[in-house]
Ligand binder design. Structure first.
Ligand code: MOS
Length: 697
């Protein structure tokens, strides 16, 4: 956590404060719906009330009669647009309704209230068709996908079935996770305005570069006719990783009315509109020798996908990374259903997959009578089991040991159900974490000005992580100047293109380009005699060909989570007493914002374990838990003593900063650590999340 660069005090790794913090807490920071352009109108979507079928008629007369209503867009309004690659953006094309909540009309009015009233006054008639929302692996349309989350859908080494059948100790268990929703603080919103054939959008997105290219394709425009501004973004957790209907509808309505238009999705509409974490059913089979060496690991995932866009929650993939085994099976089975499309949610694949794997490992430890930390250490692989590649760095054992030391794991009584405190049963649990350390090509520009300051520009997005701050640290470090001499510009499509804030690869990707531009600028300055020209000197960097290249190493961050819970035997309520995470994620670039990312992930894992629950109602094909009154995210009172620590990891194979991503690993394994603690407390193995009181009693 100390600074790493000599005399200039740039302190890569220092706990620098967020640059935009004051703007945010004073309300000066503007979000996508807060760009009050002159004449700005508001639009409110009309969600489909059937799960499958066709719109047969739309009666807009009552809506249009309301004073202040400008237009009601109906199916066909988007008929001339280009085909989006992402089918969820193909709204208002035709009468087909692929799932409930699909946008079937859009009311546009002078005020938000009028737009909402108009949307409610629109009458839609449907021809419903039978729909199907049941997650059944035997579904006639179920299939094994070629690809899951960019990985092969199936991976098989050795003879896993035979190895499992022959194993002396066996665990064969199935875990279930319900659909989960992203629910960022700022719901999805877009403000659009046209100036002739030039389009400007203010978009709440994790990646403005993609928003521009998608809009260019759909509206038949050259990219340089489109400006995308994403100055501040109130979270996304994956749901803003790709453009959502809000920005398409805003652009469409603005073109139709000739006015700037904002579409700010009501929170209730998010679950059907912006993706969710798909439900998973995961069967884990572990075979082992009596001394606790894995001889077979089989991880089979069944998960739904929508009929609009294939998305497969790649929950079996972390089993290709974690433990040494001579026989490995990791497969997915996708069931296409008439449901709102699942998509990315913080640590897609790893978060649900490591819940199941790390719970099963705990079950195996219990069956063997082996300490669960020691069992993991004993099965540490020499190379990545799935690929056979060496790890660029892997300090999982160190995370487990350091976590055990800090948590006070030594001497733990392994017996379940024996620690009582009045009506409470107490328990502790552990689970490992992993998340890939990836990068994507990025560009950046750096300019030295005659007054001794620097401006660094890249179209990165700050979704609340502190991207501006850490990029300034990367720049100051490469330039060897104090942090306060560096200005950072992000969140605007006029800036050099950059990839999205997602996959825990934003900082590593943007930072690489920023580093390269600044390192070159530093050497240009060193060779530059005398004063700079009035407009300074600029360098540009493009990491294409370097970042994102398939290399000889398996690159992942690792971690270990420890949890203590109290289970109330009278009310069934579970209270978390302690959560502790230790991570090995390369070099930590900002101790303050990194801690916030780690603990934020852990809190989200706590929600996944204990409170967050959504149901796909088979009758309606929709989620009843559509607001924060019924979909329970953890609040402060639920969050205990929570600690995040890290191990200094020096990995030369990653990027010039030596950093791995940290945005997602905090959620990975947290739910398993809590579930394992609940087993230790109660002696009962609950295999379906969340662990709400009705399940515990
Ligand atoms: Mo994250 S789910 O990759 O935005």
């Amino acid at each position: 956590m100390t600074g790493t660069t000599g005399t200039t005090g740039t302190a890569l790794g220092a706990p620098a404060e967020r640059r935009e913090g004051r703007q945010k807490v004073t309300g000066a920071a503007r979000y996508a719906a807060e760009h009050t352009l002159p004449g700005r109108a508001h639009a409110w979507p009309v969600p489909a009330a059937i799960a499958r079928g066709r719109v047969t008629a739309v009666d807009t007369s009552a809506a249009l009669a309301l004073p202040g209503v400008l237009a009601v867009l109906t199916p066909g309004a988007a008929a001339g647009l280009g085909d989006p690659e992402d089918g969820t953006l193909a709204v208002l094309r035709g009468p087909e309704v692929p799932h409930r909540g699909w946008c079937v009309a859009l009311a546009v009015a002078d005020t938000l209230e009028t737009a909402r009233a108009a949307a409610r006054a629109v009458r839609v008639d449907y021809a419903p068709e039978p729909h199907d929302t049941a997650l059944d692996p035997g579904h006639p349309d179920a299939y094994e996908p070629q690809e899951a989350g960019g990985h092969p859908g199936r991976l098989e080494h050795g003879d896993p079935e035979a190895a499992f059948a022959a194993a002396e100790v066996r665990v064969d268990v199935t875990y279930r996770i319900p659909p989960l929703h992203n629910h960022p603080m700022e719901p999805h919103a877009g403000t659009a305005h046209w100036d002739g054939d030039r389009l400007t959008v203010y978009s709440s997105t994790q990646g403005g570069t993609t928003v521009r290219s998608v809009l260019a394709g759909m509206f038949h425009l050259p990219e340089d006719h489109i400006t995308v501004v994403s100055e501040h973004v109130g979270g996304g957790f994956g749901s803003k990783g790709t453009p959502r209907p809000d920005v398409v509808l805003a652009a469409l309505a603005a073109r139709h009315t000739g006015r700037p238009v904002t579409v700010a999705y009501p929170r209730r509409y998010l679950p059907t509109t912006v993706g969710h974490r798909a439900a998973t059913v995961q069967r884990l089979r572990l075979g082992a020798t009596p001394d606790g060496r894995l001889t077979a690991l089989l991880h089979e995932v069944t998960t739904p996908t929508s009929r609009v866009r294939e998305f497969v929650e790649h929950a079996a993939v972390p089993s290709r990374v974690m433990y040494a085994t001579p026989a490995l099976l990791s497969t997915h089975r996708a069931v296409p259903l008439d449901i709102p499309g699942p998509s990315w949610m913080r640590a897609p694949g790893e978060a649900p997959g490591m819940y199941a794997l790390e719970s099963a490992v705990d079950e195996l430890a219990h069956a063997l009578g082996t300490d669960p930390v020691e069992l993991r250490v004993r099965n540490e692989p020499h190379e990545e089991p799935g690929s056979g590649k060496p790890f660029s760095s892997r300090h999982l054992v160190e995370c487990l040991r350091e976590g055990a030391r800090r948590f006070g794991w030594a001497g733990r009584d392994p017996r379940p159900g024996v620690r009582r405190e009045g009506p409470l049963l107490l328990g502790t649990g552990v689970a490992a974490a992993t998340y890939p350390a990836q990068t994507a090509p990025s560009t950046a520009a750096a300019r030295a000005l005659p007054d001794g300051t620097f401006t660094v520009r890249t179209n990165a997005t700050d979704i609340g992580t502190g991207a501006r701050t850490v990029l300034a640290q990367v720049a100051a470090d490469a330039l060897r100047v104090p942090l306060d001499r560096v200005r950072i510009e992000v969140g605007h499509s006029d800036l050099p293109p950059a990839p999205l804030a997602g996959g825990s690869m934003g900082t590593a990707s943007w930072g690489w380009a920023v580093h390269d531009a600044c390192a070159e600028l530093a050497s240009r300055l060193a060779a530059h005699p005398g004063p700079l020209p009035a407009d300074g000197i600029e360098t540009r960097a493009d990491t294409t060909g370097k970042a994102g290249a398939e290399g000889p190493y398996a690159q992942h961050a690792f971690g270990a989570h420890f949890a203590e819970v109290a289970v109330d035997t009278v009310t069934g309520e579970i209270r978390v007493r302690r959560l502790l995470g230790v991570y090995a994620a390369g070099r930590i670039l900002n101790a303050r914002t990194a801690r916030s990312q780690f603990t934020g992930g852990m809190v989200m894992g706590l929600g996944m374990a204990l409170t967050e629950h959504s149901t796909l109602d088979a009758a309606f094909g929709d989620f009843p838990e559509a607001d924060l009154a019924s979909y329970h995210v953890p609040v402060h009172a639920d969050v205990p003593d929570i600690e995040a620590h890290w191990i200094e990891e020096d990995d030369p194979h990653l990027n010039p900063m030596g950093s791995k991503g940290i945005g997602e690993i905090g959620i990975v394994g947290t739910a398993a650590a809590l579930g394992n603690a609940v087993h230790h407390a109660t002696g009962i193995r609950f295999r379906e999340l969340p662990l709400t009181p009705d399940r515990i009693l």
